[in-house]
Design a protein around this ligand. Structure first.
Ligand SMILES: [Zn+2]
Length: 243
């Protein structure tokens, strides 16, 4: 082949390659790019529901003549939302963002309809005396119902429950560890209990009893905005570590 023939062949090959890129590869790339990026986005964005317990006509436990649990849980939850939002890859749903009545079923519906991956209910504890102090974390105490008839459906249901239980405990342990920084040596441990708002949720869920409204030292701490911020940071850090 002379040089002219070689150049023509080379030119045709280049033209051919260019056509392939232009007509096949480029449109495929351009059209799939938005889908790819949205798929990657949804994979890295976590949805969590924060539940400021009580509200409206349900004040929760009493802290003083004029202040109640519902105010503390809302203040901490709003700060928690701010802290989580700083992390960048989270969407936060609040079951309430004002002093309003929200039923248990509505709180659960908000978590389920937003396809939240975690549910954290924020409470303040109260004891019979002044001595009780510290924080405790509850996770759903799935009542082990003995299946009347053994079958694959029951086994699958149990496996799903075990996964929810394990993940709830994992989050509870992280919260227990991080809250230690705010309330040193005040952990009262993790507890499995049938907490109404947690039962039947399709995602890992915990209820944090922050401190005791009936203990003077605890009460002083939880009304302090700086301490509320520290609690919010401890909870945000736990949620971030969970993922
Ligand atoms: Zn409560």
């Amino acid at each position: 082949m002379n040089m002219r023939g070689y150049h023509i062949l080379f030119f045709r090959r280049r033209l051919c390659l260019g056509a392939v890129i232009f007509f096949l590869v480029l449109p495929a790339f351009v059209f799939t790019l938005p889908y790819l990026s949205s798929a990657q986005l949804s994979r890295s964005t976590h949805v969590v529901t924060i539940d400021p317990a009580h509200g409206g006509s349900d004040p929760g436990v009493k802290l003083s003549e004029s202040s109640y649990e519902k105010e503390i849980t809302l203040a901490i939850s709003l700060l928690l939302k701010k802290e989580i939002s700083k992390l960048g890859n989270f969407q936060v749903r609040l079951t309430r963002d004002s002093d309003s009545n929200v039923s248990m079923s509505e709180r659960k519906r908000i978590a389920a309809s937003s396809q939240s991956e975690l549910f954290v209910s924020v409470h303040v504890n109260a004891g019979f005396g002044k001595a009780s102090t510290g924080y405790e974390i509850y996770f759903p105490g799935f009542v082990t119902a003995v299946a009347e008839k053994g079958g694959s459906k029951e086994i699958l249901r149990d496996m799903a429950k075990n996964k929810l239980l394990n993940d709830s405990v994992k989050l509870a342990q992280l919260i227990q560890k991080n809250m230690e920084g705010v309330f040193p040596r005040k952990s009262r441990g993790l507890r499995a209990a049938p907490v109404t708002v947690l039962e039947g949720l399709p995602m890992p869920a915990v209820a944090v009893e922050i401190a005791f409204a009936t203990n003077p030292d605890d009460r002083k701490k939880i009304v302090d905005e700086k301490v509320q911020g520290a609690i919010a940071r401890a909870l945000a850090q736990s949620i971030n570590s969970y993922f």
